[in-house]
Design a protein around this ligand. Structure first.
Ligand code: PEP
Ligand code: MG
Length: 586
């Protein structure tokens, strides 16, 4: 490789916040990328299938060792690897690969490659970004089987004995979970995104990570000094002296601020002039409630319930849902749990029911639309939620609402379900707060009408920004346009909080916008009562709110609302709040 003359800046996606500086350690995993196809004779088919089955067996046994050795704090995430365990024998990969060996008389490697790419293209049609990004899980599992097939040894991260930063094409959640914190300072990968399980694990381990760099393994040499800025999703290769000093300072400051924030995270987020905001956690699994509590969360602002419906041939039954919801309620009581009903796309229906073809799945039959088309599935969930509500403080949150009719219909179903429960003698609570997610511009524009029907709004900025600015939230090519500070988004937010407060209902936010410090002066100024975010962000956000004067922030918003571009707004925040937003958090 030609010598580099000056530092190179690589832009990726922030997988996990924090800054680290150190030597690069390239994780080599060549050997599985180029797969040859060859034909086998009829009498070799049986042997080829058994070679494939053996590779699956070995991959499973490696994975079960990883699960057994998982450190305590990662245990809540072991479901990720348990899902991988199931995927090894899923008919989409396992069944399909065997079928291809048999029908096409090809080698197992080729059959697996084919099965994987078919499974991945199925995932690519799913509108929900979270579910779509689960195609990475299929890839990781396939990769492990493939390595066993071609005899390439797995990367054994736990054997690395130097203090390094990992540079890899891709890291699977299983590999990431083997990271020894005393050795590995951080990692960067060519592949992956914010919603990947690899980044979820990195955030839990609290090590800096930048993903989706595309060509990091080509640009970076072993032992080269690199800076990983997980706060901004940037990697600097071979930094010059000035950059190095600057980042050393930033890193120290970040660590000091983080320690300070964690120390005080149990206390309320009270602004300088005494306004208290609820800072809540977003969860996907009951096990994560503990993480929310440990990080000082004031409750659960968003419980995404999709996960119990995935990777299984049947919908979960009421008892199973009830038990899981009750577990969460009991763990966090007396604080609230905001249970969001199923946000799933038709494409992810159980395999028994054919899924509709959708040209634009993000605009298709997802979330509430799907549930209202499947009232029996929806009612099962509503019953489980009302039963769990008899055990503590539950709020019901409806995703992707775009009209008042959807709320009316849901309330009808809720009443029907409550009548059934009463008749059947269950203990339940119908008298729960009902809220809608504001994540489609239409719902923001009719917020005043919706406010007459519900008790609270929760703004889902991940989707609201996507639909307002017409930017696919997982499309890397338009990611540069994705900005929650766009004046159109800020004006919609203002409509939502104004409508809520005029009609005396609460305004919450549970999208990623709430977890970015730079947005806080505006969110405080707009008078959101609660913000909900990934648990790890709670301490830092609470800390920042304590440094803001809410009355001043309200005045500040009056000016922000007149801005014509996100750049101007960002500049205003910098000018007014720059000293609070210490450089390291930008
Ligand atoms: C959102 O859209 O902001 C949100 C919180 O929902 P999800 O990310 O699950 O779509
Ligand atoms: Mg959403």
């Amino acid at each position: 490789m030609a010598p580099k003359e000056r530092e190179i800046v690589l832009n990726g996606i922030s997988g996990s916040p924090g800054i680290c500086i150190g030597k690069a350690y390239l994780v080599d995993r060549e050997g599985v990328d180029v797969i040859e196809k060859y034909h086998i004779r009829e009498n070799q088919v049986k042997k080829e299938i058994s070679r494939f089955k053996n590779a699956v067996k070995k991959a499973k046994s490696e994975l079960s060792q990883v699960i057994e050795g998982m450190p305590e704090d990662l245990k809540p995430h072991s479901y990720i690897l348990e899902t991988h365990m199931l995927l090894h024998k899923d008919k989409m990969l396992y069944g399909k690969a065997i079928e291809i060996i048999e029908s096409e008389k090809v080698n197992a490697e080729w059959a697996l490659k084919e099965a994987t790419s078919r499974a991945k293209s199925m995932f690519a049609n799913i509108s929900d970004p979270y579910l779509r990004s689960r195609s990475a899980d299929v890839e990781h599992v396939s990769d492990c089987i493939m390595r066993n097939l071609v005899g390439v040894t797995d990367i054994n991260i736990s054997h690395i004995d130097k203090r390094v930063i990992l540079v890899a094409h891709n890291l699977s959640p299983a590999e990431t979970s083997q990271i020894q914190l005393e050795r590995i300072k951080g990692f960067i990968t060519n592949r992956g995104g914010k919603a990947s399980h690899t980044s979820i694990i990195a955030r839990t381990l609290e090590i800096p990570a930048v993903l989706g760099l595309e060509n990091a393994t080509e640009v970076i040499d072993n032992d080269e000094i690199i800076i990983v800025d997980g706060n901004r999703g940037v990697v600097i290769v071979d930094p010059d002296e000035e950059t190095l000093f600057r980042y050393e300072d930033l890193s120290k400051k970040y660590e000091a601020d983080k320690a300070d924030a964690i120390r005080t995270s149990g206390q309320p987020a009270k602004s300088l002039d005494g306004l208290v905001m609820g800072i809540m956690g977003n969860i996907e699994q009951p096990e994560e409630v503990v993480t929310v509590r440990d990080h000082g969360g004031d409750g659960i602002g968003l419980f995404r319930t999709e996960f119990l419906y995935l990777n299984r041939p049947q919908y979960p039954d009421e008892e199973e849902l009830f038990e899981k919801y009750k577990e969460v309620v009991e763990l966090i009581t007396p604080s609230p749990v905001t249970i969001r009903t199923l946000d799933i796309n038709g494409d992810k229906e159980i395999s028994a029911v054919p899924t509709p073809e959708e040209a634009n799945p993000a605009l298709g039959l997802r979330a509430i639309r799907f549930c209202l088309k499947k009232p029996e599935v929806f009612k099962t969930q509503l019953r489980a939620i009302m039963r769990a509500a008899a055990h503590g403080y539950v709020r019901l949150l409806l995703p992707m609402i775009s009209s008042c009719e959807e709320v009316h219909k849901t309330i009808e179903l809720l009443d029907e379900a409550a009548e059934d429960l009463a008749r059947q003698g269950f203990s339940f609570n119908r008298d729960i707060e009902i809220g809608v997610m504001i994540e489609i511009p239409s719902s923001a524009l009719i917020a005043d009408a919706l406010a007459d029907l519900v008790d609270f709004f929760s703004v889902g900025t991940n989707d609201l920004v996507q639909y307002t600015l017409a930017i696919d939230r997982v499309n890397r090519h338009v990611a540069y346009l994705y900005n929650p500070l766009h004046p159109a988004v800020i004006r919609l937010l203002k409509m939502v909080t104004d409508a809520a407060h005029q009609k005396n209902i609460k305004a919450y936010m549970c999208g990623e916008m709430a977890a970015e410090m730079i947005n806080l002066p505006i969110l405080v100024g707009l008078e959101f009562e609660e913000l909900s975010m990934a648990p790890q962000s709670i301490p830092i956000i609470k800390n920042m709110i304590r440094r803001i004067n809410a009355a001043e922030a309200r005045e500040f918003v009056k000016e922000v609302i007149n801005q014509k571009s996100a750049i101007n707004t960002m500049q205003m925040i910098e000018d007014t709040y720059g000293s609070l937003l210490t450089e390291s958090f930008k």
